[in-house]
Write a new protein. Sequence first.
Lengths: 470, 312
Amino acid sequence: MPETPHRRRAHTRTRDLERYAGLFAERTGVMRSSAMRDLMAITARPEVISLAGGLPDTSTFPASTFAAQMTRIAQESAAAALQYGPTEGFAETVDCILEVMGAEGMLPDPDDVIVTTGGQQAIDLICKTLVDPGDVVVCEAPTYPGAVPVFCSYQAEVVQIECDGDGMRVGDLEEVLERLDREGRRPKFVYSVPSFQNPAGVTLSLERRQRLVELARQRELVVVEDNPYGLLRFSGEPLPPLYQLDGGDFVIYVGTLSKILSPGIRLGWAVAPPPVMEKIVLGKQASDLCTSTLTQHFVREYFAEGRWREYVDSLVEIYRRRRDTMVESLREHFPAEATWTEPQGGLFIWATLPDYIDTSDLLAKALREDVAFVPGQAAYVDERLGRHSMRLNFSGVGEEEIREGVRRIGRAIAEQVELYGALTSNPAASPAPAQPRASDMDAAGLPRPGAEGSGGDGGDVLPFRKTGEA
Amino acid sequence: MKVAVLKGGRSLERGVSLRSGARVEDALQRLDHEPLPLDAGGDLVKRLLAERPDVAFVAMHGPGGEDGTAQELLEILDIPFTGPGVAACARCMDKVLAKHALREAGVPTPDWFAFNETAFRELGAADALGGLERRLGFPLVVKPSRGGSALGVKFAAGRDEVPEALVSAFSYDDRVLLERFVEGRELAVGVLGSEPLPVVEAIPAGGDRYDFEARYEIGRTEFACPAELGEREAGAVTAAALEAYEALGCSGFSRVDLILAADGPQVLEVNAIPGLTDTSLLPQAAEAAGMSFEQLVGKILDLALPAVAPTR
């Protein structure tokens, strides 16, 4: 019998380190790892209540449905489901995608659609197609933490535009675009998550959507709209996606089934005008040839049943209750100095603490209490920013755990507030639980945005700062 | 020989510890030992009792594994283990205790003041800060007393930055220290048994000495081993490291971190169980001394066993 080979474990020597260092591409130099990443590794301990993930609750998907569909695929189309597929994806998958986009009022040409391995790959492929080292990419501040490493790995120079309760401050964007003009630089694209943004939970207002699309037309500027959560609205009126407003001329659209069906199946898509799509397809070919055909078969079967909207509606109900629970818990357990967004949909709340609290350090303290969140710095390219904010996820755990998790974080914050009070000889903040102050909030409970328009907005930006801090 | 490799645990340095442990297991295998990987959790004692290893290789970092807790258990179970004993681990883990021990032994270490959280909360210690700041000068360094890596370590460039830095440091421990910032070269000396390894120097790539996080990132910090030092400098650094190692009662192996200032070396801290990952300093230093990682692990193991017993 042949001897079982030893598993090779890395045994790097100094010489190897030097050798590899000489081999590494320049772009690896800007790929960041950090002490915070090590901290995040601990959040996976089973006893930890994690409000850190971005996880939809897949436990609500009926196992019997899953079993029946996979069985049917095995019995009726095993060979095809186990075979390669076209790089663009199956036409049947694109039909399902059109159905999902149609639900938000969009009607793209099927030829403009490519099926990708999750929305994440769509972002990667768009960067691969458009971004050279040193190119400017504009995005929101804070932005989707998963987009930061993509932009960095293509060595983009990232410019972040502050958000307020009405999403990206498009007035600020105009100023930045003008400044870039004067410097003779042109951003390759503006990346936005307009609805129930990850991480801030805010939604771009209709007025700003229209202005953004108008800017794109005037300046022939590409806008990348990433819309994973659009169908997960709990309250308020639906807003038209940028893609619909623009008609697909300057907006490249990124979609995914991760939040309305399953992130595990890794099925996303991009919609782009033909010349861009051509390059994206070539890029995808180089990356992974095609998106999992098994996944695509599953999606086809699932949509053929015609009940996907029902499932989305059931998720909306569950997440609405969880959001309400989290907001209630925040009011009860977070100190008066804290502010937070109250999203009308999606998966996340963004909370901002007094500026003497560093949320990475707070995470270490919270982990001792077996609770986790994402420190705000992950949502900024410049890691010195966002240090007083945190992202809280309310979709991945049940209401009891949300209550308990927020209670524990609140207790850790209260200790820091009290300590800071003692250190600065200021009486500690009133122990009274926080209520969003009426003056800071509009009717929907979101921080009131500043007047949008030519130049200076007057409203609070994220992270929201309270005035009058002694 | 059956060697239990203790790794992981609940500390914030769990990730590093798992990597150290995996690498040690691999080396043990190549040395024809029988490694028994143990992620330190609620069943640790039960598993040690059931498996009855000949010796335990402790590859845990941070509170729980590096502070004497695991070592105490191993003593009770009568299992020989690698690295320093209970008392030395407890002293090294707690920077305040360590600095007192260093100062008593006449080992140079930067001036400091230590506080418990209750001193601020209940005794109005904030009123003493002004005086201390004048004595230590700015910038000063604020550190949690027990904590590993750079977690919670902050610079305060001026008065107004001190309270925030203290809040950060108290997130990791209920005792913190304010330390005088000493300008100089950042050096580390590994000690094996009672022999010093070649000196390693950490050189921040961006030149930002105030960014502690950068220290632990490849690409943002460069390491030189052996460090470029004159004979007298190297001698003084190594002597200070050995004195610190002895003052804290270390045995087996440890790593001493120092600053080489204009007027000589100052010991910052001693890591009772330094990292053993691919990018850790101690294995690099051992290699500079002509010792492979297997040889290093073999030597650490030998040092753990009673001197009379043949080891192989």
